[in-house]
Design a protein around this ligand. Structure first.
Ligand code: F6P
Length: 327
């Protein structure tokens, strides 16, 4: 079993609220166990640029409440090349680092797994950090809860003005390949329809649904569109406008405000638990694993498996419930 003496921690891909509590937990758990810790700036780019610094417990003071990531993040193309990986490896070795905690989503884990297979003398543990909630092996990913609450707050406000004007709003929420935020926000806000990448909803069906709403004396309607729905909120609104004349139709794209903000209690606790578990996994000699939370227990999943399965299997029962509750 490889004995770890110094670890590095980085955040990569889209930032997610809860990353800072996780960094804090990684740093303090490592130091408590006698390990040295380096913080890597800007994700994998920082490994290539040798942009890292030694951290101590005070480096992570007062960050539990902060959104974003104090280490900064990036989507790094050079790390996908053999040369980029080799430079990163040499920098890690030169800094005496033998364990790596990567916090991010599927793109981050794809890089981590490839790197770890090429250079197995550096142990790698992944922490699921993405608002998309789309990683197999953890019921929740860091940032999903906060982002969903942010979306709900925004949609509630839109509902007020939609109701005042008797309007129909198409609201696009994040989730490149995942309808997780759209479905949860839709249920929470009583959306009249939720369009997800995981389920085809024909435009005719949507129009019938809206007409039924009018027949049932609804004064406003909200249609939530996950970003991953290839038609997009503007094009959908344009199509519906041709056939639905009883509503004035508006479109709102919520965009990156969904990724910011102070992490919820849930994400602070999840980040703390996962960061703590990641360091303990490294100490136990684990590598190429993701730490996740299943049934409120920490679980290790092979990175390979976390990447090949899709976590967010559309819960048909939730969709059916949402349809019934929004009549
Ligand atoms: O990965 C999370 C996510 O917010 C996706 O839902 C979204 O499609 C993407 O990131 C946007 O990425 P960027 O900020 O790089 O445009």
């Amino acid at each position: 079993m490889q004995k770890i003496s110094k670890i590095a921690v980085l955040t990569s891909g889209g930032d997610a609220p809860g990353m800072n509590p996780c960094i804090r937990a990684v740093v303090r758990t490592a130091i408590y166990n006698g390990l040295h810790v380096a913080g890597v700036r800007q994700g994998y780019q920082g490994l290539i640029d040798n942009n890292m610094y030694d951290m101590d417990p005070r480096s992570v003071s007062n960050i539990l409440n902060l959104g974003g990531t104090i280490l900064k993040t990036a989507r790094c193309l050079p790390f996908r090349t053999d040369e980029g990986m080799e430079t990163a490896y040499k920098n890690l070795k030169a800094n005496g680092i033998d364990g790596l905690v990567v916090i991010g989503g599927d793109g981050t884990f794809t890089g981590a797994l490839r790197f770890s297979k090429k250079y197995p003398d550096i142990s790698v543990i992944g922490v699921p950090g993405t608002i998309d909630n789309d990683l197999y092996g953890s019921t929740y990913t860091l940032g999903f809860d906060t982002a969903t609450n942010t979306v709900i707050e925004a949609i509630d406000k839109i509902r007020d003005t939609a109701d005042a004007h008797d309007r129909l709003f198409f609201i696009e929420v994040m989730g490149r390949d995942s309808g997780a935020i759209a479905l949860r926000a839709g249920i929470s806000c009583g959306a009249e329809a939720i369009l997800l990448p995981e389920r085809d909803t024909a435009i005719e069906h949507l129009i019938e649904n809206l007409k039924a709403g009018q027949y049932n004396k609804k004064s406003s309607s909200i249609v939530i569109v996950a970003e991953g729905d290839k038609r997009g909120a503007y094009d959908l609104a344009e199509e519906v406008r041709k056939q639905v004349k009883f509503y004035d139709i508006k479109v709102t794209i919520l965009g990156h405000l969904q990724r910011g903000g102070s992490p919820s209690a849930f994400d602070r606790i999840l980040g703390s638990r996962l960061g703590f578990a990641a360091v303990n996994a490294l100490i136990k000699g684990e590598t190429q694993k993701m730490v996740g939370l299943e049934a409120n227990h920490i679980k290790l999943t092979d990175l390979e498996e976390a990447l090949t399965q899709h976590q967010f299997k559309l819960e048909d029962d939730l969709m059916e419930m949402s349809d019934i509750l929004s009549i």
